[in-house]
Design a protein. Sequence first.
Length: 163
Amino acid sequence: MNAQDVIRQTAGTSMMVVNAYLSDLDDSELCSRPGPGCNPIAWQLGHLISSECRLLDSICPGSAATLPDGFDEQHSKDNANKDQPGDFCSKQEYLDLFTRVHAASMAALEQLSEADLDAPAPEHMREMFPTVGAMFVLIATHPMMHVGQWVPARRALGKPVVI
């Protein structure tokens, strides 16, 4: 197993957990907040999608999927206080976008050599993620930083344990 295999496996695990936790939620339930002051699940999904595109373009310019007009603004920090179904996309739209964004990231990864993964990350990210490979690890694990927040929302909605 090489570095690309490990990153690909990690990203696949993250997406499996995302899909499991979203599997039985409807569009209105995506507006649930895990707790006071937490961002709604729908906003977090948009943040994950937008972030992955920005991160990928910072290390592989032009490789990220194109998002719908206004998507980044819809999921900006200024809109994290919104929590009505009309404020966000449908679950299917998020799933479709996330699939496309993830596929673009994995396609970009396939084009890189092991040596490419050792190249320095963008300057503003180097303190925490020093290399292109470390940036791909961030892309692969960022969803896991958020899905744990969805469990309290799932419990409050009376949803079963899925993992």
